[in-house]
Design a protein around this ligand. Structure first.
Ligand code: MLT
Length: 314
């Protein structure tokens, strides 16, 4: 194929710079940022390239129907909405944008952590509805935060928490010992240890589409009463059904930007979402002007390279 007949579909909202960069290279783009699953299933066979964010699920069925698919571009970091194994089996390239949204994810995490500690949301709602009284919270200084996933985002969250005079401990599946110690973060060997010692637990994990929860029923039992769980990574890191059972008993708070289904769908998800000590934002961690610009630029650069690698000259 050549660039004139290369067919490229964008299925989620993207910063304009992506369309500009592709058009500058003479690549024609079909931009359908609100396409639903059925339309995508019907149309995907027409395309060589599909560009998605987290809304569009590129699962086995989509990939099977996408007989001409050669490249999947994920404008973001998480690949959990893509069946990577199936794509690889069929020789489909995957490109994405690691690191482009780190700062935005960190900033939302800190915001959510503070929302978990202080009744800011409840206070604002109360005043708007006409009442005015003092609501109690807890202080973060002097408390321990356990960071699950000490990558780009987790590491920067750690630095901010240190500036807030929190004690920072961290867990990762890879060896983080030296890097953590150098910055005054205490590495822990097991998730059990992290869970037992933390007042706040913040999740910064990348997971596959077949991932299992990291924090499960046995961990909720071990948590300190009043632990605040913050999640700006993926909901699957936490066993949500088990959390629902323990949230009252352990007085836990969940402040999360991600949910098991987005929007909440199962009964237990809806119950959890309605709980007084659960605050949810609609997956906005990377949703800033700056992050979306960087994500679009990085994804497009990687995509252009991948298009050249499949033999299309641009
Ligand atoms: C990501 O994985 O990059 C984030 O979940 C953000 C997004 O897709 O909007």
């Amino acid at each position: 194929i050549n660039k004139e007949n290369l067919k490229l579909l964008i299925t989620d909202p993207m910063d304009n710079v992506m369309l500009q960069m592709l058009q500058e290279r003479g690549i024609k783009v079909d931009y359908k940022p609100e396409i639903d699953r059925n339309s995508l299933l019907n149309e995907i066979s027409n395309y060589d390239v599909v560009v998605v964010r987290s809304r569009t699920k590129v699962d086995k069925e989509i990939i099977e129907r996408g007989k001409n698919l050669k490249i999947i571009a994920r404008a973001g970091i998480g690949l959990d909405n893509i069946d990577v194994d199936e794509a690889e089996k069929r020789g489909i390239k995957i490109v994405y944008a690691p690191g482009a949204s780190t700062d935005s994810a960190v900033e939302l995490t800190i915001g959510l952590m503070i929302l978990g500690a202080r009744p800011i949301f409840q206070g604002i709602s109360m005043v708007k509805s006409g009442s005015f009284k003092k609501l109690p919270g807890v202080e973060l200084a002097g408390k321990t935060i356990g960071i699950v996933g000490f990558g780009r985002i987790g590491t920067k969250v750690a630095r901010v928490c240190q500036a807030l005079d929190m004690k920072v401990i961290a867990y990762d599946v890879v060896d983080i010992k030296e890097r953590a110690q150098k910055m005054g973060v205490i590495p822990v060997n097991t998730i059990d240890e992290l869970v037992r010692e933390s007042n706040v637990i913040s999740f910064h994990v990348t997971v596959g589409n077949d991932a299992k929860p990291i924090v499960t029923e046995e961990h909720f039992r071990q948590m300190k009463e009043g632990t605040i769980l913050v999640n700006t990574s993926r909901a699957i890191a936490i066993d949500g059904k088990a959390l629902l059972k323990y949230i009252d008993e352990r007085k836990l708070t969940l402040v999360t930007d991600v949910f098991w289904h987005e929007p909440p769908k199962e009964d237990w998800e809806i119950q959890l979402a309605r709980h007084d000590r659960v605050l949810i934002t609609p997956h906005i961690g990377a949703q800033t002007k700056e992050a979306q610009y960087r994500v679009a630029v990085m994804t497009t650069k990687n995509l252009i390279q991948a298009i050249q690698e499949i033999g299309v000259s641009l």
